[in-house]
Design a protein around this ligand. Structure first.
Ligand code: PBG
Length: 330
């Protein structure tokens, strides 16, 4: 019989059993990391209005979130600190009893080795001008002066027990500077996650509320131009050369092409950060009944996996872990 297709890809899609058998990419709870905000001087967890279901935590509620994360079987938590007092240098970032370093101690204690405790290493939450580095006399972000503070932050976070430092400041040479400082202090055990291809993105909007950011203006002199993909690969390669243990692309959804390029070029694990704005868009559309929330969450995550991420930072980490356990698929 002529005129009929001999090749029929639909044969493998005819039942759920067939589809599962031939699925190319899988989500696993162990490859999800939950970002957690811990705020100083609050009595109870505070909701973040642009991120429904996400809270600024107290040290006490952090303890329960970390226990829940271990229970859910996710791979890690990434801690962000929101200090009560800020200054031009971001002094609270290096203080051993600063909120972030205290939170790391609590998280390590609550995790009991059940997941990898990670911490954000950047100055933007701690400076009164909101930039990721200190400013020079002309008001520009001073790269090399910032590296010295980052090195001090790294030692403080390592002393607090962080096992993986999230280098999110986009200063040139930050991976090498921090690796050297840790190694000289004998902390060869502390691993570095380089936010290598971090773009100057509008999708960080809700995060600014989450950390009570003081920034006016933007970060375009240090974060990448959204128009550039080759430059993202270059940043990842540089970071690997400087000693990064893991590289990252951020945001995730709007930069899947960059993620795919970095994944094919990288000799170390590649992660992606599904940022606050990606979260907020799906939550907002779902609230209006415009989108199937559960399916959109899982589809957005599997898309990031498919593009080449080995693990994903996502505000849905706990919920997605439960959905996966129940066998829900996108
Ligand atoms: C900087 C940092 C930012 C995010 C994570 N680390 C904000 C920025 O660069 O402006 C954004 C994360 C998100 O939007 O979910 N410390």
């Amino acid at each position: 019989m002529t005129g009929f297709p001999q090749v029929r890809p639909r044969r493998l899609r005819q039942s759920r059993a067939f589809r599962q058998l031939v699925s190319e990419h899988d989500l696993h709870a162990r490859h999800l990391i939950l970002p957690v905000f811990v705020r100083e001087a609050i009595e109870a967890p505070q909701p973040i209005s642009s991120m429904p279901g996400v809270f600024q935590h107290t040290l006490e509620s952090l303890r329960s979130v970390v226990a829940e994360a271990v229970e859910a079987g996710i791979g890690g938590v990434m801690i962000f600190g929101v200090p009560a007092v800020r200054d031009a240098r971001g002094t609270e970032s290096t203080a051993p009893d600063g909120i972030l370093n205290r939170a790391i101690r609590v998280a390590v204690d609550a995790a009991r080795g059940g997941l990898v405790v990670q911490s954000d290493l950047c100055l933007d939450e701690f400076t009164d001008h909101g930039h990721c580095g200190v400013l020079d006399a002309a008001g520009n972000v001073d790269n090399d002066a910032t590296l010295e503070i980052y090195a001090e932050m790294a030692l403080a976070q390592a002393a607090a027990g962080s096992q993986l430092l999230g280098l999110s400041g986009m200063m040139d040479g930050q991976v090498a500077a921090i690796r050297n400082a840790l190694d000289r202090a004998g902390r060869t055990d502390v691993a570095l996650l380089a936010y290598s291809a971090k773009y100057a993105s509008s999708f960080y909007g809700p995060f600014r509320e989450a950390v009570d950011s003081q920034l006016t203006g933007d970060r375009r002199t240090y974060q990448l131009d959204p128009a550039n993909s080759r430059e993202g690969v270059r940043e990842a390669e540089l970071d690997i050369t400087e000693g990064a243990d893991i590289v990252m692309v951020k945001p995730a959804g709007p930069y899947l092409d960059v993620l795919a390029r970095v994944a094919s070029a990288s000799t170390v694990p590649v992660w992606a950060y599904q940022v606050s704005g990606e979260f907020a868009m799906i939550e907002a559309a779902a609230q209006r009944g415009w989108i199937d929330r559960t399916r959109a969450i899982l589809e957005s995550l599997v898309g990031i996996k498919r593009a080449g991420a080995d693990a994903i930072l996502t505000y849905w980490a706990l919920e997605a872990a439960v959905l996966l356990r129940e066998g829900v698929i996108a």
